[in-house]
Write a protein that binds this ligand. Structure first.
Ligand code: FPP
Length: 252
């Protein structure tokens, strides 16, 4: 007699990853929390709660692997249009994430940064983020960018405004000689601003105003898995696929 299994064992993608060819910067649009909850006849908040658990798993997995930058889209400038209860739940989960994991992040050498308009966030969230940023700023390991009240078009506009102010007394020659690198310094992100691998779970095929400038040469990876089901093996699978693509950056 043999047993019938109604599932197929997934490969262990961690074993297949080449440590020498890791993407430096991975960006993830954490999508599908609402649908995950709806599929279980639960309130959308449960989807965000389980999504926050995957944040913990994916941050640990990325840091352990040696990824330099992980950028997570937690709340967009457009997400304020959601019901207040849902907005509050996401803010609560972010504060709870810091409360519970800041010591672990700090001892694993992670640098926590926030990309987006912090000033418009509730005061308790802002204070908690400031605390986490200060506590980890002298670390030297993985940069964890939490993108909060973030929109890429706004980021590009902010960079332009800053540059106009900075260069308004400069000569035309100086302005003509500005480079993409000069511009990138005015973005919210740091020196590893180029995204190598952009991941979007949940079956949607859009970038949704996320790191548009930084993703100019990113490999795009779309998956039908909903974010609360996006376990580390899904991340390893995305990295494995990334490593098997042919990146030419416009060359041959
Ligand atoms: C998109 O799914 C998800 C969000 C807008 C929120 C993401 C937030 C978290 C994962 C929680 C906490 C974050 C941290 C950093 C601890 P959706 O609600 O649009 O899903 P749907 O498309 O299925 O409705």
């Amino acid at each position: 007699m043999f047993m019938a299994y109604n599932f197929i064992m997934e490969k262990n993608y961690l074993e297949l990853i080449n440590q020498e060819k890791l993407p430096k910067h991975i960006a993830i649009i954490m999508d599908g929390n609402g649908r995950w909850a709806k599929n279980r006849k639960l309130n959308r908040s449960y989807g965000h709660k389980e999504g926050a658990n995957r944040v913990v798993d994916i941050v640990r997995a990325s840091s352990d692997l040696g990824i330099k930058v992980l950028s997570l889209f937690a709340f967009s400038t457009e997400n304020w249009k959601r019901p207040l209860e849902e907005v509050n739940k996401i803010m609560f989960l972010i504060v709870a994430f810091i409360d519970k994991y800041i010591d672990e992040l700090a001892s694993n050498n992670v640098i926590l940064k926030v990309l987006g308009h912090r000033d418009e966030l509730p005061r308790n969230v802002k204070e908690k983020l400031d605390y986490a940023i200060n506590k980890t700023e002298n670390n030297t390991g993985m940069i964890l960018n939490i993108c909060l009240n973030y929109g890429s078009q706004l980021e590009i506009l902010d960079a332009c405004k800053e540059m106009i102010k900075e260069y308004k007394k400069s000569s035309e020659e100086d302005i003509d000689s500005l480079t993409v690198e000069d511009f990138s310094k005015h973005l919210y992100s740091d020196e590893y601003y180029n995204v190598d691998l952009m991941i979007r779970p949940s079956g949607e095929l859009r970038l949704s105003n996320f790191l548009l400038f930084q993703a100019a040469y990113a490999e795009l990876y779309f998956s039908n898995i909903l974010w609360p089901d996006f376990i580390p093996n899904e991340l390893y699978k995305a990295i494995y696929e990334f490593q098997n693509r042919n990146r030419r950056f416009g060359g041959l």
